[in-house]
Design a binder for this molecule. Structure first.
Ligand SMILES: NC(=O)c1ccc[n+]([C@@H]2O[C@H](COP(=O)([O-])OP(=O)(O)OC[C@H]3O[C@@H](n4cnc5c(N)ncnc54)[C@H](OP(=O)(O)O)[C@@H]3O)[C@@H](O)[C@H]2O)c1
Length: 296
């Protein structure tokens, strides 16, 4: 693709990662603007952007591709502010990075003739150097007009990435799905580390040495066997006695681990049943003990 000049508004983890990744591919970095001048300056120095602009409209005018990478709650307001100050023009591509919001969040830019796109990287971006590397060969979820999607697909391809197109109405559910797949996985590991500590294992040994190889094994199984075949553990074997033993131990603790275990156990039971092969009497016994906190 032609390499359009980039302007970034919102110099946080995602914006800096994307700017750095595209800058390394030779995209000209025209301007950066952020809520705080410190963030904008740090980002410009790190990525090699030509200008730091206090005014987001000035930054937008400098670019052919404008990336609005503020938190979701600020995207529409920032876009309206820039549109009112004539920051957008026909021919520009204006995109945001939100997973949950559709491209109509940028309707004020569309009103000025720009193409507008929701361009969501299916990656977790905590820190720009790691984030820029993770964006190479990532997946991107695109939503917008046919023209905007074609331009977004070229941008994804420039990053050696792949893309999937989604209807606007599907975005909240799509993003909830990714929360399950990624954010809540981290939450579950946090719960597991706490439980291991209660069980008498040194906290420093719990995550890296003990759990990460297990997680990698589960990911490998997912990759090679898919869902539901990758499922292992007592529920997949129909072993209600072990599940009852877990619940008795969990219910001695304060906190939400018992409730979480029951909810996830019921979802796991549904998966195990869809795979088939459970002993005849075990699904009803498992459902009973997982459904009723008084039962164990
Ligand atoms: N991080 C991820 O893993 C990830 C992945 C995919 C998509 N996304 C999406 O990327 C977007 C940004 O997320 P993030 O994780 O990068 O958030 P973040 O680290 O909090 O960064 C957001 C940046 O926006 C700036 N900002 C806030 N309000 C602003 C305003 N009114 N005008 C200009 N700049 C403003 C903040 O600037 P200051 O620093 O100057 O205060 C902050 O640096 C969100 O739409 C998110 O859904 C994030």
């Amino acid at each position: 693709m032609d390499k359009p000049a980039l302007s970034l508004i919102g110099a946080g983890a995602a914006g800096r990662s994307l700017l750095l990744a595209l800058g390394r591919l030779g995209f000209p970095l025209a301007a950066v603007s952020s809520r705080s001048s410190d963030s904008a300056r740090r980002c410009a120095a790190e990525c090699g952007a030509a200008r730091v602009c206090a005014d987001p409209a000035e930054a937008a005018r400098a670019g052919e591709l404008v990336i609005i990478a503020t938190p979701d709650s600020a995207i529409a307001t920032v876009c309206e502010t820039v549109a009112r100050a004539d920051g957008f023009r026909p021919g520009q591509l204006v995109l945001h990075l939100s997973g949950a919001l559709a491209s109509n969040t940028l309707e004020s830019a569309a009103g000025r003739g720009a193409d507008t796109l929701a361009f969501h990287p299916v990656q977790t971006l905590a820190e720009p150097q790691q984030g820029a590397a993770a964006l190479r060969e990532a997946w991107f979820c695109l939503e917008g007009s046919a023209t905007a999607i074609a331009r977004g697909a070229e941008l994804a391809a420039a990053l050696s990435g792949r893309h999937v197109v989604i209807p606007a109405a599907g975005k909240p559910l799509y993003h909830a799905a990714l929360c399950f797949a990624s954010n809540y996985l981290v939450t579950l590991e946090g719960v597991a580390v706490d439980l291991l500590t209660h069980a008498g294992i040194d906290r420093t040994k719990a995550l890296l040495p003990l759990l990460l190889p297990l997680l990698r094994g589960a990911l490998e199984n997912l990759q090679h066997c898919g869902i539901p075949k990758a499922l292992t553990g007592p529920i997949s074997r129909g072993d209600a006695t072990t599940v009852e033993r877990h619940l008795s131990a969990l219910d001695t603790l304060s906190g939400t681990s018992g409730t979480l275990y029951r909810q996830l156990g019921l979802a796991t039971l549904a998966l195990a049943r869809s795979r088939g092969g459970l002993p005849a009497e075990s699904p009803s016994r498992l459902r009973e003990c997982l459904s009723d906190p008084e039962r164990v």
